[in-house]
Design a protein around this ligand. Structure first.
Ligand code: APR
Length: 249
């Protein structure tokens, strides 16, 4: 896909770029999008029935089995060229903030520093009762117990109906208000408050770019909507920027 020159210009002159990713950014790594994941035994469940505090309270062992299965899926995956391109982008712009709705840790494995994990991380564990120190927990137990308070451990992800972690929410909002270019990558832009970040950026004068093979509610509000897969488009975008930076020097 040939990229509009004006888009490369905007990136080349950007002081601050914010990239927001959703599960589509990991699709080419073989990690099914959140809604595609339910196969085999899990096909009888909707993710929205499992990723909730109520489901955990009702059957913590079932929820731990599901997360252990999802951890195995993700551990078998590798970062794709889209993740690698975003990691490279950090070195091409003055300030880059990467906010992900994904919990798979693939941005970090691709080399992106300081990722804002808006929905937590699949491989983190935390105490369901509070902010205990969970070091030393027996993670082999069917439902691991908190070594500090004896309560239940849970995966360190944000469940439906739960608040976005404070630090992540503030960092993402501040970056959206400050950035010059906002890249919305592989997200259906249906889940709030993440879906509102592009509006914050646009209101503050940023150029908003959507990268998604399909249209979303964000499409009509974006300055550029590139119908493409992240793993194909992002390397091209970053290569174009690198070439421009070299020719500008
Ligand atoms: N490249 C770019 N986008 C892609 C690709 C790809 N290769 N493959 C699929 N997509 C797009 C789809 O068209 C869709 O718009 O990625 C989007 C994935 O949408 P969702 O599955 O809804 O994932 P996401 O937007 O991340 O969901 C947000 O909601 O499900 C909860 O907590 C969960 O973090 C998730 C949040």
């Amino acid at each position: 896909m040939s990229l509009p020159d004006a888009l490369v210009d905007a990136l080349a002159s950007a002081r601050h770029v914010l990239a927001l990713t959703g599960s589509g950014a990991s699709a080419e790594s073989g990690v099914p999008t959140f809604r595609e994941a339910q196969t085999g035994l899990w096909s009888q469940y909707e993710p929205t029935q499992l990723a909730t505090p109520e489901a955990f309270a009702q059957d913590p062992a079932l929820i731990w089995r599901w997360y252990r299965w999802r951890r195995e899926l993700v551990q078998a995956a590798e970062p794709n060229p889209g993740h690698v391109a975003l990691a490279r982008l950090h070195s091409l712009v003055d300030t880059m903030t990467l906010v992900t709705q994904n919990v798979d840790g693939l941005h970090q494995r691709a080399g992106s520093p300081d990722v804002v994990e808006y929905h937590g991380n699949l491989f983190a564990n935390r105490c369901h009762e509070g902010s205990c120190d969970t070091n030393g927990a027996d993670l082999e137990a069917e439902v691991p117990a908190c070594p500090q308070c004896g309560g239940r451990l849970r995966p360190g992800v944000v469940w439906f109906g739960e608040a976005i972690p404070d630090g992540a929410r503030e960092r993402a909002d501040a970056a959206a208000a400050d950035c010059d270019v906002f890249l919305s990558i592989g997200t259906s832009s249906l889940v709030w408050p993440a879906a509102g970040l592009a509006d914050i950026a646009s209101t503050h004068g940023a150029v908003v770019v959507e990268i998604n093979p399909d249209a979303t509610p964000q499409t009509s509000r974006s300055h550029y909507s590139l119908r493409a897969r992240a793993g194909e488009l992002l390397p091209e975008l970053v290569d174009s920027l690198a070439r421009r930076k070299r020719s500008d020097t």
